[in-house]
Ligand binder design. Structure first.
Ligand code: ZN
Length: 465
């Protein structure tokens, strides 16, 4: 206001009369600095300039405020909420941008390695048969002890569950078999280790936020449920809004997105591994007719089932991560990965069961009908689930007008329903094959669009692009 310091009334309560000296030595009125630091974005302020409550802070990344005269840092306690948030944002952006460039590199490598899938399958088929010294009770032991190898709640299957050592210690193969196998899949496991690392990363916001959020969110949902004025059938967004006000930082979706994309890529890699393992099984069936291959075949089947099961579990983990940060599109895509995991596992196990029935010479019409009905039921259940998922998705999106709604439906159709329809169709083809023995080749469910995509992170907007 072009006033001199001497003209300031230091006895007044008004923020236009109170002074702050910054660390650099420059002096401003509180009113000026409050405006400069955008305090009204962080606090409810009454007419007298008094803070009455905290607000949900801005969603976009914030730059730390600095002295208007010399750009020196503002460290005054009054602006702690603003500066802490901005500092966290800088860290967060560094992590997010590192994760996105890592994913970018990994996705290119996944694309390259997927071109080598067929030759890897051929090689796996030709691994020389080495008889296993394992007994049936050993198989049971390995299957049991593997149940706690799926990894923690927020991380994908640990790479140590599939590396060369694990092939003997966790999955029960002979050293010779493990070595031959590892030669073929070494590159896949190496890449898997990288992608699992990205999927395990938590940005600083998530770390600072996670613990507080879970508790507040639960308390808020309970409070809404017991408040007749606020109780409704969609309490989640309401609760999240309240939690945001209290917690001081919005949920950051930047690192969540890269974490979840990391989960997705890790699934694609594992499906390739499982395909190679299936090829190994078919190799055993053709090359070692005269020997007892029950044990090695069962070891490989159990290994492939383990991989498929880990995919179903990890798609669910990815879903929970996305859901907790209210990233509804990621959550919807994770749901599709759960459905795909179910299908991959089901298809593998029912075809394995059929092979066993054929080998034992007991596959008759009754068996065919039973197997086929199971596939048909999965087709129907999946088709019904797709309708529910679409409704859930549309309800989770804030649509302001018909145009928004059409856009959301189009997004769902392109990113989810197309996949769902493909899965339903595959269950039906499987059902037809199991009943009539018509020609059948398993459809590849690989999602090329998810592998080859831009993971870019834009620092100026703080968004994934
Ligand atoms: Zn200054």
């Amino acid at each position: 206001m072009q006033r001199k310091l001497a003209e300031i009334d230091l006895s007044a309560e008004d923020t236009s009369e109170r002074l702050i000296k910054l660390a650099c030595g420059h002096i401003f009125t509180v009113e000026t600095l409050d405006g400069h630091c955008d305090m009204s974005k962080y606090y409810e302020i009454d007419l007298m300039g008094v803070f009455t409550a905290t607000k949900a802070p801005p969603v976009n990344y914030q730059n730390p405020p600095s002295c208007p005269t010399c750009r020196g840092p503002i460290t005054a306690l009054r602006y702690g909420r603003v500066t802490k948030r901005a500092n966290l944002d800088i860290l967060e952006q560094n992590v997010a941008s590192k994760m996105s460039s890592e994913l970018e590199n990994i996705s290119q490598e996944v694309e390259k390695i997927s071109a080598k899938l067929e030759s890897a399958k051929d090689d796996a088929k030709k691994i020389p048969f080495s008889s296993s010294e394992k007994k049936p009770e050993d198989l049971h032991h390995f299957a049991e002890s593997r149940k706690d190898k799926f990894g923690k709640e927020y991380e994908p299957l640990p790479p140590d569950a599939i590396h060369q050592g694990a092939m003997t210690t966790v999955h029960g193969f002979s050293g010779e078999e493990s070595r031959a196998w590892n030669k073929i899949i070494r590159e896949f496991v190496k890449l898997y280790r990288k992608v699992a690392g990205v999927a395990r990363t938590h940005g600083p916001h998530v770390q600072a936020y996670g613990a507080a959020l879970a508790t507040l969110y639960r308390l808020e949902l309970a409070a809404i449920a017991s408040d007749p004025e606020r109780a409704c059938d969609k309490p989640e967004p309401l609760a999240m809004e309240e939690v945001n006000k209290k917690i001081g930082q919005p949920p950051h979706k930047a690192d969540t997105r890269f974490q979840v994309e990391g989960f997705f890529l890790s699934l694609e890699l594992r499906y390739m591994l499982a395909e190679i393992a299936q090829s190994r099984i078919s190799g055993l069936n053709t090359t070692s007719r005269d020997e007892d291959i029950t044990t090695p075949t069962n070891l490989w089947r159990s290994y492939a089932s383990f991989i498929y099961e880990s995919c179903v579990r990890d798609a669910s983990k990815a879903f929970i991560v996305a859901e907790r940060s209210t990233a509804s599109r990621l959550a919807a895509r994770a749901r599709m990965y759960i459905l795909r995991g179910d299908l991959e596992l089901f298809r593998f196990e029912i075809l394995t069961e059929r092979t066993s029935l054929v080998r034992d010479g007991i596959l008759d019409d009754t068996h065919r009908k039973i197997l086929s009905n199971r596939a048909q039921q999965k087709a129907n259940a999946t088709a019904a689930l797709m309708k529910t998922l679409e409704m859930t998705y549309i309800r989770s999106r804030p649509a302001e007008n018909t145009g928004d709604l059409i856009a959301e439906r189009a997004w769902f159709a392109q990113n989810c329903r197309e996949r769902g329809d493909k899965y339903v169709e595959e269950y039906r083809r499987l059902a037809a094959y199991l009943l009539t023995e018509s020609g059948y080749a398993p459809l590849s469910l690989q999602e090329k669009a998810d592998i080859i995509k831009a993971f870019g992170f834009c620092k100026s907007t703080g968004r994934a692009v």
